[in-house]
Design a protein around this ligand. Structure first.
Ligand code: PMP
Length: 371
């Protein structure tokens, strides 16, 4: 049968039929507070160093890049040792084009047909897509009303489903809540009982924004070879455009990821940008402290106005509860402030911006919600 050019017959996988590509609207607005970016652009000094490193890499672009990027992995290990006090070897690090790709590698290596990945909802909405794209079953267990995870619920869910992968975002998106070490340990113990094994990923995309006293799961790596902790340069480093995510785990777990990655998945340009940026980690992250303070002040401000606000260890805040959250979202957008309709019904998520951006958000919210 000849093709109708407008509607060709394509053998699309049935589960993809009618599915929209994932992504928040990319609108040109004065105040974009919808995708948890860092509002501070890299300084001129950092930009100059990145440009110089990219120029040097450009001279060798006729060659494929270093497939195993051990220099970058060593730099990431050195950064984490400073950030969290946990010593790691380069062989324990892995990197990819954003932590999205990191998580895809994990599911490609440890998921697959007949296997199950588990998380606890509400959580990051890309997780089910990694599962779908790797033909892995996807099941969510529940979080409590305050978005915490009950260790017994976690243990029971894992014992019942015997997943091969558990994904735990901490701090969690969209709630902002972090998991205490005791809960992560309960999950790790339950995972260790799964016949055939179970990998636990603690997704610390927002790890650097955690409040004082909130631990990192990196501290648990030494005793748990089935644990992986993923991080990203998209948030605290303010490098979302560079697409660099990474993971720390046992060398055996990292070796499994090396099998499923595409050859040369991390371009020479990306490696050069990441290494240059890591040389400036303190400068790039200079604003993390002030973003944390802004976040804490925003939580207080929203609570003082009678709103419910989830505890946040991230660079965003989940607040509500509105009868018609879409009307609030639209009202804010009409005033130039783009936030995210995310989380359970009635809740909205706003990223922490510069003081000026936060002020614009507050003014618009007072106006729209009549606070
Ligand atoms: N994990 C979580 C919890 C996130 O919120 C995000 C980004 N929104 C990611 C991972 C992916 O970030 P990236 O691919 O930019 O590293």
């Amino acid at each position: 049968m000849p093709h109708d050019l407008a509607r060709p017959t394509l053998p699309l996988r049935p589960e993809l039929a009618g599915v929209e590509p994932y992504g928040a609207p990319q609108l040109d607005v004065p105040y974009a507070l919808n995708v948890n970016e860092n509002p501070y652009a890299p300084s001129a000094e950092v930009v100059a160093d990145i440009a110089e490193s990219v120029a040097a890499a450009a001279g060798g672009l006729n060659r494929y890049p270093d497939r195993d990027f051990l220099d970058l992995r060593a730099d990431l290990a050195a950064y984490l040792a400073v950030e969290s006090g946990v010593p790691l070897a380069a062989e324990q690090l892995w990197a990819a084009n954003g932590s999205n790709e990191i998580m895809l590698h994990v599911l490609q290596a440890f998921g697959g047909p007949g296997r199950t990945a588990v998380s606890f909802a509400p959580t990051y909405s890309m997780y089910p897509e990694y599962a779908r794209d790797t033909h892995t079953g996807w099941v969510t267990g529940r979080r409590e009303a305050d978005f915490s995870l009950d260790p017994q619920v976690a243990r029971d869910t894992i014992a019942e489903l015997a997943p091969s992968v558990v994904l735990l975002a901490s701090p969690n998106n969209p709630t902002g809540t972090a998991l205490p070490t005791s809960t992560v340990l309960a999950v790790l113990e339950a995972a260790a009982q799964v016949p055939g094994g179970c990998v636990v990923v603690v997704d610390e995309a927002y790890g650097e924004f955690r409040r004082r006293g909130t631990p990192s799961a990196l501290e648990l790596l030494a005793d748990h070879p089935h644990l992986a902790v993923s991080r990203t340069m998209s948030k605290a480093f303010g490098l979302a455009g560079a697409r660099v995510g990474y993971l720390a785990a046992s060398p055996a777990l990292v070796d499994a990821l090396r099998v499923v990655r595409l050859p040369y998945h991390l371009s020479a340009v990306t490696q050069a940008v990441a290494r240059a940026a890591l040389r400036h980690a303190p400068t790039l992250m200079a604003q993390v402290g002030s973003l944390r303070d802004e976040r804490d002040a925003l939580v207080v401000w929203l609570r003082e106005r009678g709103l419910q606000v989830a505890d946040s260890d991230a660079n965003f805040v989940l607040f509500g509860v509105f009868d018609d959250r879409h009307a609030i979202w639209q009202g804010l957008l009409d005033r130039g402030v783009l936030i995210r309709e995310s989380g359970p019904d009635g809740w909205l998520r706003v990223s922490v911006g510069t003081p000026q951006e936060t002020a614009a958000f507050k003014d618009a919210l007072v106006d729209v919600a009549g606070l």
